[in-house]
Design a protein around this ligand. Structure first.
Ligand code: FAD
Ligand code: NAP
Length: 338
């Protein structure tokens, strides 16, 4: 393990922001993870454990240690006729884990194909897409308390998963390192095709014939058509969460906007499309300097080249203010801002 000084983070975050880390290390083994946490030289330094950098915005240089997690490995730990438990290391690329499952014919993560980032970061915001969430296949995770070095495991209940949220974004934010995640996957074919995008891509009758590989490829195709490739346009996916409101607020908005995009979550709880709110404020495809929103999805903020993290943050605050003024709704960032 080699600790470097004053390292540019540009290639380690999908926004492509050029901030510097005072110290930087790439970690490839479990022992190195433990070692970096207990290392006396860095004991007092603040630390960020980084995965793929696809949900992060650096607004300034980081005066501490950035440890990029690159531990690898997937293994079956138990199975029966119907189910299989697979343990995956934190530094595995999420999409490589999905590919592993698809190749083994393990069902459950196909709707989450092509989400950038790592396995270790996936529980933090309970990643979700196309009607599926990590919590649907999650069994437990292992990790280390960053301040004390104590090892700790979390069951599904203990993670307090919610919509793009978990205990790791709250009580344990920046103080718990996830090292391994255990998944419960299915051996019997069962697809979740309720999401509206699937209907427009599949011909009648086609959905009954889909193989697991075809289902995963379908998700990838839909994503590539709609979402920007970070290698071309620096971005961190959805910048904000879709806000949740009650029925009274939905009724109030529908009186003014008959095209309101919203979905029922549970009794008296509705999710409004943040992309729709932003679009209605005139921000779809709008640029200020090198920052703007993606023309096909206003919820994605883009660094068109050379933007600083601070410029991106200010642009996001313009959006928040516009949405607050027009709709009296507060948009909460989904991206982790440092
Ligand atoms: P990073 O950005 O590296 O880190 C994010 C946060 O997690 C940081 O606070 C970091 O310190 C912490 N962290 C990272 N690893 C660990 C660990 N092992 N232990 C403890 N803390 C850790 N998200 C979705 O939910 N659904 C989508 O469909 C989706 N699509 C996306 C599409 C694009 C084009 C992009 C760029 C992003 C998208 N995202 C999506 C967001 C992002 O990919 C996910 O949130 C992903 O889980 C982030 O993983 P990461 O490894 O890149 O995390
Ligand atoms: P989309 O299909 O244009 O849909 C817009 C929004 O409407 C989404 O945010 C989605 O909520 C919601 N929605 C659509 N159909 C729904 C249904 N049947 N039931 C409930 N909610 C529904 O979205 P998109 O931008 O192309 O993204 C496609 C999927 O990938 C979405 O699930 C999105 O969350 C995910 N994604 C996430 C990120 C990220 O960074 N978090 C980035 C890119 C894509 P949900 O977001 O709750 O699904």
């Amino acid at each position: 393990m080699q600790i470097e000084e004053n390292v540019s983070l540009k290639k380690y975050n999908t926004f492509g922001v050029d901030a510097n880390a005072r110290y930087f290390v790439e970690i490839k083994t479990e022992d190195e993870l433990q070692e970096i946490i207990t290392n006396q030289e860095f004991k007092k330094d603040k630390k960020i454990f980084l995965g793929g950098g696809s949900n992060i915005l650096f607004t300034k240089d980081y005066d501490g240690l950035i440890a990029k997690i690159s531990t690898k490995g997937n293994r079956v730990v138990d199975e029966n006729e119907k189910e299989v438990l697979v343990e995956s290391s934190a530094g595995e690329k999420w999409n490589d884990f999905v590919t592993y499952c698809v190749e083994k014919n393990f069902f459950g993560v196909e709707n989450l194909s092509l989400i950038p980032g790592t396995v270790g970061a996936a529980p933090i915001q309970n990643i979700g897409a196309y009607g599926a969430e990590l919590k649907d296949v999650f069994e437990s995770l292992d990790g280390i308390m960053i301040d004390s070095g104590e090892k700790k495991s979390f069951s599904k209940n203990e993670c307090q998963f919610d919509y793009r949220d978990s205990i790791f974004k709250k009580k344990y934010k920046d103080n718990f390192l996830i090292t391994k995640v255990l998944f419960r996957l299915q051996k019997e074919k069962k697809f979740n095709l309720n999401y509206r995008a699937f209907q427009s891509y599949l011909k009648p009758g086609e959905q009954n014939k889909l193989s697991l590989r075809e289902m995963s490829e379908l998700v990838k195709r839909i994503r590539r058509d709609k979402l920007p490739n970070p290698q071309k346009y620096g971005n961190a996916g959805s910048f904000f969460k879709n806000p949740e409101v009650d029925l009274r607020k939905i009724n109030e908005l529908q009186e003014k906007f008959n095209d309101l995009v919203h979905f029922k979550v549970e009794e008296d709880k509705y999710k409004i499309s943040a992309g729709w709110l932003i679009e209605k404020c005139g921000f779809r495809g709008k640029n200020i300097g090198n920052v703007g929103t993606y023309k096909k999805q206003a919820l994605v903020i883009i660094n068109f080249g050379g933007a600083t993290g601070d410029e991106i943050k200010k642009f996001s605050e313009n959006i928040q203010n516009a949405v607050e003024n027009k709709f009296n709704i507060t948009l909460t960032p989904e991206v982790n801002i440092y």
